[in-house]
Design a protein around this ligand. Structure first.
Ligand SMILES: Cc1ncc(COP(=O)(O)O)c(C=O)c1O
Length: 408
């Protein structure tokens, strides 16, 4: 059955404002059921977690319901889902916790393709421990991250390999399973950044070979909250710095302070919303998520093909990278126009795109593009349409012809 784009768009109230949103990678619009769930949770009587009274039981339930939902999304166990304010915060917690056990001479492997949230926490934890950082390099033409190099990068002293499941800069989907296999062969742990990849297709913790997998709900129609999943037995062995009175149970041990209970209700609603993207999907929520995200992925890929073909036909536009397996995310530059000016000109025409390095710091640094403003990013999400792709291409065509230089 073709992806029902009209039905999908109707679920996002913000689309009524008429902007063209090509910045899902920076954060998607919020789905209506998420807004309703957050609002309902805020309207209802509330209390801190307690089994003693109804509002307190609601808060307890909002936590367990959000964990169960994220577990279905990632193929994890609910008790292995740690909830937190952002992927960055969760990765820092993990890096500090693991890093406390590293010794001089230990090694960690990070990649120059990754968002800095899956680089700097590891580099800094390694520095604090006197451990050595080794770098996986991407191919400058294709933007791919060759898995073969990891055989040379890992060794007996490797403690951790951090790698992205999808580049937020150029969309590359590395062969994480192969990289994880290489890491596991020397006993290293693998932390996978799923922030960009998870919104764009079915995800499975085990098939990725991830020991830790992080995702952010605001990249998949939900609120600004994140989660990190691992085997509960894996969390059990780790001891983060924490307050004395807070729970030592897993996964609570890794969650600090009082969470935003209404936003947790929004996380669960976002997962339910994703599971319903294909209304014909049946079975468990996990099964419906697989079917729905596969349908959304096929739809997004059709838009990506249209965008790439259109960009290739614009002589003044230079697309960065051409990875074989990719998320629907494209970075480009318009000749003679800085990325910031291109972004502003597109913004004036109602098209919302990111410009700069989008925190893919090492990627743009390695290409020598940071000083000249990085690039502009068109990031497709399942509520985008072919007409919107065409509108973006038309605007870019004008800019590439020089019209934007006058306007921008
Ligand atoms: C690939 C990737 N990783 C990590 C992050 C950081 O996520 P958060 O904002 O939840 O810390 C982002 C945010 O843009 C991202 O795109």
């Amino acid at each position: 059955m073709p992806f029902d784009i009209a039905r999908t768009r109707a679920a996002y109230p913000a689309l009524a404002e008429g902007f063209v949103h090509f910045d899902g990678a920076g954060g998607t619009q919020t789905a209506g059921p998420v807004i309703d769930a957050v609002s309902a949770a805020m309207r209802a009587a509330t209390g801190n977690r307690s089994a003693a009274f109804t509002p307190g039981r609601r808060s307890l339930e909002q936590v367990t319901t959000a964990r169960a939902a994220v577990a279905d999304l990632l193929g994890a166990e609910p008790d292995g889902v740690v909830l937190g304010p952002s992927a960055t915060a969760l990765t820092y917690t993990l890096a500090r916790t693991l890093g406390a056990g590293w010794r001089p001479g230990d090694e960690v492997v990070v990649s120059r393709l990754d968002h800095d949230a899956n680089v700097r926490p590891w580099v800094q934890a390694a520095e604090a421990a006197g451990a050595t950082v080794r770098w996986a390099e991407f191919d400058r033409d294709t933007g791919e991250l060759p898995a073969g190099q990891y055989a040379d990068l890992v060794g007996e002293r490797t403690r951790l390999v951090a790698v992205t499941a999808g580049s937020n800069a150029v969309g590359t989907v590395p062969d994480v399973a192969a990289i994880a296999k290489t890491a596991h062969a020397v006993g290293a742990l693998v932390c996978v950044d799923g922030v960009h990849a998870v919104p764009h297709g079915p995800t499975d913790l085990a098939s990725l070979g991830a020991d830790f997998l992080v995702t952010s709900a605001y990249k998949w129609s939900g609120p600004h909250l994140a989660a990190m999943a691992a085997d509960p037995a894996r969390w059990e062995r780790l001891r983060p710095a924490k307050l004395l009175p807070s729970s030592d149970a897993v996964p609570d041990r890794f969650e600090f302070g009082t969470p935003s209970f209404p936003l947790l209700a929004g996380v669960a609603a976002a997962v339910d919303h994703l599971a319903g993207l294909d209304p014909t999907a049946t079975g468990t929520r996990r099964e419906r998520l697989r079917a729905s995200l596969a349908a959304a992925q096929a739809y997004e890929e059709s838009l990506l093909d249209r965008l790439l073909a259109g960009l290739a036909a614009l002589p003044g536009v230079r697309v960065l990278a051409a990875p074989a397996r990719r998320c629907p995310t494209v970075s480009f530059r318009v000749d003679g126009l800085s990325p910031a000016r291109t972004q502003a000109a597109l913004g004036a025409a109602g098209c919302c795109l990111s410009a700069g390095d989008y925190y893919a710091y090492e990627y743009f640094q390695a290409l020598g593009l940071r000083d000249s403003g990085g690039a502009v990013r068109a990031s497709i999400y399942h509520y985008n349409t072919a007409d919107e792709v065409d509108r973006l291409l038309t605007e870019l065509g004008r800019l590439a012809d020089g019209g934007g230089r006058m306007a921008g």
